[in-house]
Design a protein around this ligand. Sequence first.
Ligand code: PLP
Length: 395
Amino acid sequence: MSETPQQPRAAREPEAPETRARAEIDLGALRANVRALRARVAPRGAQVMGVVKADAYGHGAVPCARAALAAGATWLGTATPYEALALRAAGIDAPVLCWLWTPGGPFRAAVEADVDIAVSGLWALGEVTDAARAAGRPARVQLKADTGLGRNGCLPGDWPRLVGEALKAQAEGLLRVTGLWSHFACADEPGHPSIAAQLDRFHDMLEYAEKAGAEPEVRHMANSPATLTLPDAYFDLVRAGVAMYGISPSPEVGAPADFGLRPVMRLSASVASVKQAPPGLGISYGHHYVTDRETNLALVPLGYADGVPRHASGSGPVLLGGALRTVAGRVAMDQIVLDLGADVVEPGARAVLFGPGDDGEPTAEDWARAAGTIAYEIVTRVGARVPRVYLRERE
Ligand SMILES: *Cc1c(COP(=O)(O)O)cnc(C)c1O
């Protein structure tokens, strides 16, 4: 097993690796998850796009992108253009789709880097064609349909105009329409009536564009929940984010293990202090927890600056000293306190906030429940101050 500590922001001295806390990223698990997703969609002729936006949901974009490609993902997806360009700067030349643009782009850099640009409206098409002229080469453009998400994408009423203008620019050699795609609103609620309605609308919008002359390389709609529950949504490609990191999109969809998926991230910290406390001691800001007996308290040096949700004050679960504990009182910026009762641990003992669950530690889904949020947010918010340590980088 190889371990490479990676410093996300501040440089750390290699001879003094940080002991406080770490997020271990099991790239072997990530590769196995990608293989499981491929096995699910390949019989329908679909490929897998590994979605690595938001620093790969907090796991580290470049190492995760490389691992996803090594396991057979053929595309990568990002939200912002700088996320896409960072993959290119790292030497990754696989197809990349980038879908969240604002005026000013940078469109020309994306065209020159061969990044597929998602276009939802005419302003973006105008900037893309200007960038292609300036770059002296055609842009790769994927037209995005709003089939009922009500967020980004082109609504059906505006689709004929957008498709028409894009195909005109294609005829002028300024771009190639490489993809037609859309995104679900409620795929994490299997059976929600909007799912079938969005699929129907996507078929109509595809048919319109293809009759008008579009010959896309890929048509795609499925995110993780659709990849796990809805084969009719596979088309040519599925865009898998959270499932690739071994996390279930929602309790309704099922548990990761139901789909052969294993959590990739394990967040832990080294206990900073242990002390015996009398009854009646108020714990942490606001004194929302007060000891009711003589007890042992452990200080865990992770707080909301590290992504521990403050909404999990008094409810977040932590494995320490062989038992599950609950955060006592408020989550502070840098620290949480656990009440161990009669148990004792030594400073330096490992407190595990979440991981795959093998040793009885909580999962990201458990933290999501404790904080009233979704597991996506739990892993994505793990802060830049927590070093990522990569395990099983090679097969
Ligand atoms: C984030 C995102 C995805 C991936 O969603 P998951 O549910 O994490 O698989 C796919 N497509 C788009 C457009 C996204 O923004």
